[in-house]
Design a protein around this ligand. Structure first.
Ligand code: ADP
Ligand code: ZN
Length: 616
């Protein structure tokens, strides 16, 4: 029989662990309810945004319940770091994966059987091995935590086939509580997770997905590298951040470009040698102020708290992907920016990728729907946050005042006539010449430009030639982008030719045409106020404390180097800020600061006090 503590006792135990081990005063949001539920033996499905505090939801129950907590995680490359961070807190943690030697695995297995571990991390493929299942039978399991649970969703972007085997846990250990956690949370993904993991009876905990400290901005793409450089230099000089690109080649080129411009940047993509990838990842975690240029192969499970910006230079494939990637910014609750540059070419490219993708028609339709939602987010004239959260089925009624559309409300104009000019150009090319062209040629026709290609095809004899000279090239590109987003046109094929859709006719009809509202293309990038802190900002640090904070950071960096660790594993910025503000002079006072548990106080307390007392 499993020992089940009485709920009251369990909660006071959990509270104690929270304070003693993690150094936090109180649970956040739904953490307490979740912990209580799992400690009591219940199954749970937890949906919380990145940085919401998912780890404590299984780590604390694992420490309170008898036995070892098994954590299933796809992030083999990060297990060592996760385990190091726990050991640093005095938690007995280990992992089993393919990177270990036979001896290391055997030692960990023995520790598990002997009950000398609090937490054991496993890659999902391990659980398909009979030997692993038999091993688990030989020890006592307190709970199963299934991290990154969206990996079980078959049409999701992170699908891992091994996750499908995890239903065996429930069948083999029906009385051991299971807790599945993810930051990906459309209602569809959620029900897929519940079904595939046989968690339909589990209690669902859905947190508020808002990340108030992240400022969302999407700008039209003109000269992406220059725009990026400007963004980095004016707003994030010296900050750590991630820049996402679609292709490996673009990753390499962008990283080289940044380095040539004096920015500390590294590339990361699946085509790089495994060792190079591991080295770049480790440097990103261990050094301060490094910029990672990456494909989406990078980022899952990277819980570096002080990533100050995430930039997209290509359009993500879905809102889910976008939210997950941008969510890697600002886990520490301090102001951060999610910045994206997006243009017509992105839409053309994404459509092409969908057309060329393998998979059946249903799959392509789904990808198309994802792209449409992403485009709608890009072209919205209302609050980006409201629209993002609506996508996850959550209301966010007020304009957030921390996204570009709230801060610089875009103007809109009646683009019906412009849309009609464009659509009739497409119609004429098709009907009179039996031709299809991409955006560039159509804009040249509308603007009446006699380019060699216009003359070659004698497009200057079309009746629409020059009817759109009132708008600039850039404005026409904006019109086309938005008509695409509104599905009034679409693009096809290798050359991104523009074709009509089923709704184009509504705009073209002579009587009572459908009105087309378009947003005005900004002439130049308006300045935007700095990103705001979270709703409950980590205790404000007075400006005078800045030199003390810098002194503490220098101490932390030196200590981290000596111990070969990431600085944030020792203390987070938010903890150092609180120390700088409070200037404690005794260990007791220091121990009262959030983020300093028993073990860290013992290990670093005196050194921190010494660093505080040291003269400049
Ligand atoms: P997630 O896995 O949901 O992305 P984490 O578990 O990594 O989030 O937690 C995000 C950050 O919040 C971490 O730095 C963690 O230490 C901190 N945190 C979590 N719970 C609390 C709490 N109750 N009080 C203070 N800080 C917390
Ligand atoms: Zn807003």
């Amino acid at each position: 029989m499993r020992a089940v503590a009485s709920p009251d006792l369990a909660i006071s135990d959990a509270q104690q662990v929270l304070q003693r081990v993690f150094g936090y005063d109180s649970f956040r949001g739904e953490q307490q309810e979740i912990v209580e539920h799992v400690v009591g033996g219940g199954d749970a499905l937890v949906l919380m945004p990145t940085g919401g505090g998912k780890s404590l939801c299984y780590q604390i129950p694992a420490l309170v319940r008898p036995g070892v907590g098994i954590v299933v995680s796809p992030l083999i490359a990060l297990m060592q770091d996760q385990v190091d961070a726990l050991n640093e807190l005095g938690v007995r943690a280990g992992f089993l994966n393919s990177t270990q030697s036979y001896e290391q695995r055997r030692d960990t297995e023995q520790a598990f059987v002997a009950g000398e571990l609090d937490l054991l991390y496993l890659a999902p493929e391990r659980l398909s091995l009979d030997s692993t299942l038999e091993l688990l039978d030989r020890g006592e399991v307190s709970l199963f935590a299934i991290d990154e649970a969206h990996c079980v969703a078959q049409w999701g972007h992170d699908f891992r086939p091994d996750y499908l085997n995890l239903s065996v846990l429930h069948q083999r250990w029906p009385s051991v509580p299971r807790i599945a956690l993810t930051a990906t949370a459309t209602p569809a993904t959620r029900s897929e997770i519940a079904t595939r993991l046989e968690l339909t009876e589990a209690r669902h905990f859905v947190a508020d997905f808002d990340r108030p400290n992240i400022q969302y901005r999407i700008v039209p793409k003109n000269d992406p590298r220059k725009q990026l450089l400007q963004f980095l230099r004016t707003e994030h000089a010296g900050d750590a951040g991630i820049i996402y690109r679609l292709s490996r080649a673009e990753v390499e080129r962008t990283a080289e470009f940044l380095v040539a411009n004096g920015i500390d940047a590294l590339p990361y993509h699946a085509g790089l040698d495994k060792q190079v990838r591991a080295k770049h990842q480790a440097r990103f975690l261990r050094e301060e102020g490094l910029v990672m240029v990456a494909t989406i192969a990078f980022g899952m499970g990277i819980d570096k708290p002080d990533v100050r910006f995430v930039a997209h230079l290509d359009l993500p494939k879905s809102v889910e992907g976008y939210y997950q990637e941008t969510g890697r910014a600002g886990r520490d609750g301090l102001p951060s920016t999610a910045w994206m540059a997006y243009g017509l070419q992105d839409v053309v490219q994404q459509r092409k990728l969908i057309d060329l993708s393998d998979g059946d028609e249903a799959h392509r339709r789904m990808q198309s729907r994802h792209l449409d939602s992403m485009l709608a987010l890009c072209e919205t004239v209302s609050c980006r946050r409201t629209q993002l959260l609506a996508y996850f089925g959550q209301d966010h009624p007020d304009a957030c005042q921390n996204c570009d559309t709230c801060l610089n409300p875009p103007e809109s104009w009646d683009g019906t006539v412009a849309a009609q000019k464009l659509l009739s150009t497409v119609v004429r090319l098709d009907r009179e010449r039996n031709q299809r062209f991409g955006a560039g040629q159509i804009i040249d026709i509308l603007r009446g430009k006699k380019t060699p290609k216009v003359e070659q095809f004698r497009h200057d004899s079309l009746s629409v030639f020059g009817v759109g000279s009132d708008l600039s090239d850039n404005e026409w590109r904006g019109v086309i982008r938005q008509l695409l987003a509104q599905r009034l046109i679409s693009v096809e094929g290798d050359y991104g030719t523009i074709v009509l859709t089923g709704t184009s006719g509504e705009v073209l009809r002579r009587e009572d045409p459908r009105q087309v509202l378009l947003r005005t293309e900004p002439k130049r990038v308006a300045s935007t106020p700095k990103a705001k802190a979270a709703k409950q900002p980590p205790q404000e640090m007075p400006a005078e404390a800045e030199p003390v904070f810098q002194k503490l950071r220098a101490w932390r960096l030196a200590t981290a180097r000596e111990e070969g660790k990431a600085p944030f594993i020792i203390f987070h910025d938010s903890t150092l800020r609180q120390i700088a503000a409070a200037q404690p002079s005794t260990l007791d006072e220091l121990g009262g600061i959030s983020g300093i548990g028993e073990q860290k106080l013992n290990k670093y307390g005196q050194a921190v006090l010494d660093a505080l007392a040291a003269e400049e």
